[in-house]
Design a protein. Structure first.
Length: 517
């Protein structure tokens, strides 16, 4: 280390740059300064080069996608440890290239034996990680195959021996990898078949419910949600939709059974009244025939008078019975019409409640309730997997002016336009929700803060290419956004509040901007 003072070193550095005819760049200045001061040369962090390497890495599996995201995050933070960890973990998700004629398990352990002789600690760590990998894979393969479970237990026991025999473990891994490939193929085929059966059930229910549009719509949505590739988020969506269907089916079934019982009672009453009418009509006819016979046998008007009195009385009784039956039948008809209208209203209400349970009816995005559930689900994923989560809050610029100038119908259409463009720009794992009014929230899992800000900037650029049409007038829709990355032990609502504050900063900075919290 030089005894010179910093200003002396700096002056000498400038002299040396001039004497050596070097360009006065920051790197040249740092190198000469360190040379004069006797400070070891530390190469600068090659962020651009590492980013190029990260972009070249394949992302064919979810594991590769996750590790590349973590690598890019570490590069942005100039964190060598993070880069090392991400690259090592990425190697675990990269398929190995086996040697010709050698099984995958033997190729994976080809270098482990040589490492065991020179670096026992490295071999032990490798075997430990291999044991963890087998443990993590086991739940996905099930326990139906007793032989496979037994083989797994034996392999784990051999791997965890204090002084494991690498050659013996290698041989066990060769046999295990063959068995593993068969088990994986079986599980993939089982999953494919179950998914096919599930689609057949949905299709059958949809075909049987052509007249029940609410149920058919739910089945169509379920078929879309259960289309490959599946993920836990999509399965959660399938579960929620099925819960809605089951709830509506129970409610509608109860009302239908009640309506059927009322209809049965009305039909029984109708038949009873019809029987009474028939009986009364038969008695009336018999009375008329008897009266006619008595009139024919009458010798004088005095004999006819009692007969006519009986006829008039019978006629009045017949008229009274007919009026009573008619009134009861009219009342039953009105009750039937009222019941039908009530059932129709029930179906409409069920449709409305089902549609609004978690989704905004205007834009189709999640509403506040659906957002709360999605935030809880994503935060749980973050805590379990230790991955980043970004929350973006968007607010349409000058929305009040748009409403006041062109009307609320145009404002609603603008909200729908923004939601449609956002969905096209989002990844399948992202979530869009309407936060209120002209505000939207987008959840971006496995996304660091800078990546979340870039995603919102891309959405802004896409909106500039997609003019919103209000009649013949082209209108450019812009928004201001705040983006917050969920902090350790932070609640989702707190992260949304930070994103909201950043959004207001973007508004004050001139609108159509993205600000990180």
């Amino acid at each position: 280390m030089s005894d010179k003072k910093p200003f002396e070193i700096a002056r000498e550095t400038l002299k040396q740059i001039t004497a050596r005819k070097m360009l006065p760049t920051p790197i040249n200045y740092q190198n000469i300064y360190n040379e004069i001061a006797g400070v070891p040369q530390v190469p600068p962090f090659p962020a651009d080069t590492l980013r190029d390497i990260a972009k070249a890495l394949p992302t064919k599996t979810p594991g590769q996608q996750k590790q590349r995201g973590l690598l890019e995050y570490a590069i942005d933070r100039l964190n060598w440890d993070g880069v090392k960890t991400a690259l090592v973990a990425y190697g675990g998700f990269t398929p190995a290239t086996p040697d010709s004629g050698a099984p995958a398990g033997a190729s994976a352990l080809a270098g482990a034996e040589s490492s065991a002789a020179s670096a026992p600690a490295l071999t032990t760590e490798f075997l430990r990680q291999m044991g963890r990998l087998i443990e993590f894979v086991q739940p996905a393969l099930g326990s139906d195959d007793a032989r496979f479970v037994e083989q797994t237990t034996a392999l784990l026991k051999a791997i965890r021996q204090p002084n494991a025999d690498v050659v013996a473990v290698k041989l066990m891994l060769v046999h295990y990898s063959d068995r593993l490939s068969f088990a994986a193929e079986d599980q993939a085929e089982i999953r494919k078949t179950l998914l096919k059966l599930l689609h057949q059930v949905f299709e059958n229910i949809a075909e049987l419910s052509v007249d029940e549009q609410w149920l058919k719509g739910q089945m169509d949505a379920l078929m879309v949600a259960s289309a490959p590739p599946l993920s836990l988020r999509r399965l959660d969506d399938v579960e929620r939709r099925l819960s809605d269907v089951i709830f509506k089916q129970k409610d509608a079934k109860g009302r239908a059974l009640q309506a059927q019982e009322e209809m049965r009672q009305m039909l029984a009453t109708f038949i009873d009244r019809l029987s009474q009418i028939t009986k009364s009509t038969g008695s009336f006819h018999e009375k008329l025939e008897e009266s006619a016979r008595l009139i024919e046998q009458a010798k004088s008007l005095t004999d006819i008078a009692p007969v006519l009195k009986d006829v008039v009385g019978a006629t009045r009784n017949m008229a009274h019975d007919s009026k009573t039956s008619r009134d009861e039948l009219n009342a039953m008809r009105e009750r039937a019409i009222a019941t039908e209208e009530e059932i129709a209203k029930l179906h409409q209400e069920l449709d409305r409640v089902s549609a609004q349970a978690r989704h905004d009816p205007l834009t189709g995005a999640l509403n506040r309730k659906g957002l709360d559930e999605a935030v809880d689900r994503e935060v749980s994923q973050v805590r379990r997997k230790e991955t980043p989560l970004c929350i973006a809050l968007l607010d349409i610029d000058n929305f009040k002016k748009l409403n006041d100038t062109l009307g609320h119908a145009t404002g609603d259409a603008a909200l729908t336009h923004l939601a449609a463009v956002a969905r096209e720009c989002m990844r399948p794992q992202d979530t869009l929700a309407r936060y209120g009014g002209e505000e939207f929230v987008i959840l971006l899992p496995d996304t660091a803060l800078d990546q979340g800000m870039e995603a919102m900037t891309r959405l802004q650029r896409e909106l500039t290419k997609r003019f919103f049409l209000a009649g013949a007038e082209k209108i450019l829709i812009t928004f201001s956004a705040g983006v917050a990355q969920l902090a350790t032990d932070e609640k989702g609502a707190d992260a949304i509040r930070r994103a909201d504050q950043a959004m207001y900063l973007a508004k004050r900075a001139g609108k159509n901007r993205v600000v990180g919290a």
